[in-house]
Design a protein around this ligand. Structure first.
Ligand code: ADP
Length: 346
């Protein structure tokens, strides 16, 4: 019986379990056995009984609708070293594994690309809430994160409205502002800040001040967690210290300091901050993410069955498709600047 393996790697994202379930169901359907590898590439190196085990329809029965990843995930710094990658490839050969499905982000895909170069057929499924892989319109977890954040903004806004308090809402997105952009768009938020675009806190305060003056006392500022890196220099310590805020010299900007700074730049407006954080990753996957996971798992197994490897699954024109890992990793992102400008100007 041909044997394949599956692992999840990098940050967890809602929909990873649904993808593993789909791989397991398709493997069973096409008469393949499936090995589950725990803790990402670490499991390939340790090969301990705890990290490597046979998966079947029983083990995945109730998995698909669970958030997080049952296979666990972890970063594996050793995988940057060719000697460890060769060890991993040798371990897979020893287990007679003929193909590996890697569910993760671009770092994990680089690992898969290297394994392909060592003769291990690999297929990647994009699992990251950031949506930072340009070759695909959708990554597993992105739709879930946006829907979760939209609900959060609506809830926060109910209190913002009740108390006439503007809100800073920080969402995930270290290098990619897509989650922030979609959340702001879908909630009609007045300001969005992303890592891709440079911004100045004085411009934000100016816009917020004008919104408040025009009667919008509950404006929402959606900020991606990576957006502080694209902010024009602003010394939070020097600015907030005179107001009696506990801030340390050199302290980095964050959601709460942004809210405090805007408060004083906007003459005492009671700006409040909420960081949505891990709840975005640990929440129940949406129908869209689960459906994509279902199709991606099917395509991954069929590709391996047909001897096609070095591919990643993606979504293009709303259809599940595959392309080579090399092509996928060479594509550059096209940030939706006009949408960004629209949100920040209407
Ligand atoms: P993500 O897959 O979400 O982008 P990381 O960037 O942390 O997450 O990558 C996950 C893992 O993939 C890393 O811990 C490492 O084991 C492996 N990896 C990342 N980049 C490379 C690379 N250039 N070569 C080989 N393996 C890599």
């Amino acid at each position: 019986m041909p044997r394949i393996a599956v692992l999840t790697s990098g940050g967890d994202s809602p929909g990873m379990n649904a993808a593993v379930t789909s791989v397991a169901r398709n493997a069973a359907y096409y008469g393949m056995s499936l090995i589950g590898i725990k803790r990402g590439y670490n499991g390939l190196l340790s090969m301990s009984e705890k990290d490597v085990y046979e998966m079947n329809l029983d083990t995945v029965l109730d998995l698909a609708d669970l958030p997080g990843t049952y296979l666990r995930t972890a970063r594996c710094p050793q995988f940057m070293d060719p000697a460890y990658r060769e060890q991993a490839a040798a371990n897979l050969r020893k287990m007679n594994v003929e193909g590996l499905v890697v569910i993760g982000g671009d770092g994990s895909f680089h690992g898969a690309q290297q394994l392909c170069n060592l003769g291990i057929p690999c297929i990647g499924i994009p699992g990251t809430i950031d949506n930072d892989l340009p070759y695909t319109e959708l990554t597993l977890g992105y739709d879930t994160a946006v829907n979760w954040d939209v609900e959060a903004v609506r809830c926060i806004r109910a209190t913002s409205r009740s108390h006439d308090r503007p809100a800073v809402v920080e969402v995930m997105g270290r290098n990619c502002g897509d989650v922030a952009l979609s959340t702001a768009e879908a909630t009609g938020s007045e300001i969005v800040l992303v890592p891709e675009m440079k911004w100045d806190i004085h411009d934000v305060a100016d816009r917020l001040g004008k919104l408040i003056a025009s009667g919008n006392t509950r404006a929402t500022i959606v900020v991606a967690e990576g957006a502080y890196a694209s902010m024009a220099p602003f010394d939070v310590y020097e600015f907030l210290k005179p107001y009696g805020k506990t801030v340390y010299p050199g302290q980095k900007m964050d959601a709460h300091l942004l809210a405090s700074s805007l408060k004083y730049l906007c003459h005492g407006a009671e700006v409040r901050a909420t960081v949505i954080g891990y709840t975005q990753r640990g929440c129940q996957p949406t129908a869209r993410d689960c459906a994509f996971a279902f199709e991606a798992g099917n395509m991954a197994v069929i590709l391996l069955k047909n001897g096609i490897s070095n591919q990643v699954i993606g979504m293009r024109n709303n259809r599940t498709y595959h392309t080579s890992i090399d092509t996928a990793l060479s594509e550059t992102r096209n940030f939706k600047e006009s949408l960004y400008n629209l949100i920040n100007s209407l």
